[in-house]
Design a protein around this ligand. Structure first.
Ligand SMILES: [Zn+2]
Length: 79
């Protein structure tokens, strides 16, 4: 998606507005993931099919996530 080509429909009509979003600001996600003012994200939107990808491009923000968020990789079921 960052290359400018949509992985879903193959269109090159992919748009990005840097700094257009934050996660965790104003309680959109409870606790804000440990970020006081929200985690900055960049969203890529395919103007053809509507597919959206969201990236945390800020290196400091990613290191915060690595420190504070649990790993997603877990056993499917416990017990
Ligand atoms: Zn698309």
């Amino acid at each position: 998606m960052k290359s400018g080509k949509c992985p879903k429909c193959g269109s090159a009509n992919v748009r990005c507005k840097p700094g257009a979003g934050k996660i965790g600001h104003h309680g959109r996600i409870p606790s804000g993931g440990g970020f006081d003012v929200g985690m900055p994200v960049n969203r890529y939107v395919c103007a053809e099919c509507g597919f959206v990808e969201t990236y945390v491009d800020d290196e400091k923000a990613r290191s915060q996530v690595a420190k504070k968020w649990p790993l997603a990789l877990r056993a499917p079921r416990e017990g």
